[in-house]
Design a protein around this ligand. Sequence first.
Ligand code: RIB
Length: 312
Amino acid sequence: MADVVVLGIFAVDLAFEAPRLPAVGETLLGEGFRMGPGGKGSNQAIAAAKAGARTAFLTRIGQDAFADIALKTWNDAGVGTSAIIRDEGRATGAAFIFVSTETGDNAVIVESGAAGAISADDADDWTPLIGASKVFVTQLEQPQDAARRALQIAKVAGVTTIMNPAPAATLDDALLASCDFLTPNEAEAAGLTGRTVNTVDDARTAAETLRGRGVGTVIVTLGAEGALIHGEGISERVPAFHAGPVRDTTGAGDAFNGAFACALAEGRSPRDAVRFGCAAASLSVTRPGAAAASATRAEIDAFLSSDTSKDP
Ligand code: RIB
């Protein structure tokens, strides 16, 4: 049985480096290309496993070459795959990723493929794994109904729940109330609340709104500014770390969520788990790729013990 169970999608990322996105009708010469494992849920499961958690992933994949990449990736990272469903008639997910050669920032189009058919009934079938875990994590690249049911199953079982609300979507209060932790970035926090989120104070206001709608603790990830944790008895910005030049930010949010889940499953306080997640995210942005960029436990621990720069 796994301590961290993640529901989400796998996608093969086709990442193109260029100085800017082309305009419609324009062809632009690229400056680099990589193909590698992606999909927010899979990235988060891999990040949790590499950070040291016994981790299982719940998804649907096809019976194609991209599915072979998925299985090898999970096997290499030690992610449990016993509950994964193979769909003969559907392709495995794929994503177009633009990575700016100027800033390392990214833009993504993701097609969920077989994982787009994950249902609430699938979540019911996964009840034993979810219910036996310590921390359950999901996002919104698979249908929301499946996320909703799985979160309810986790809550009934007393499992700590994390929702990374990405891509941005409208969420009702019942769904928000089943999230012990909600981890939007600034754009997602803005989308969820209808408010502009540009500053830490904006993030705090948005987080308070989301808490008013039922979320336990809101963690707004702030990129280079770190993350704001806002919950019962705590409202604090945890700084980011500088681990080296920023190369690719694609997997940063997933690295954060996976490492955060791992740390919570180990019994760390939410504030310490956020710091652990920030360290993992800061390491990931110095490397290319999404899942491939996430750090091992040894790397995170070594980095945290050597860093004296920002943690109070
Ligand atoms: O969060 C990054 C991920 O989003 C990429 O790996 C891509 O596959 C999309 O799902």
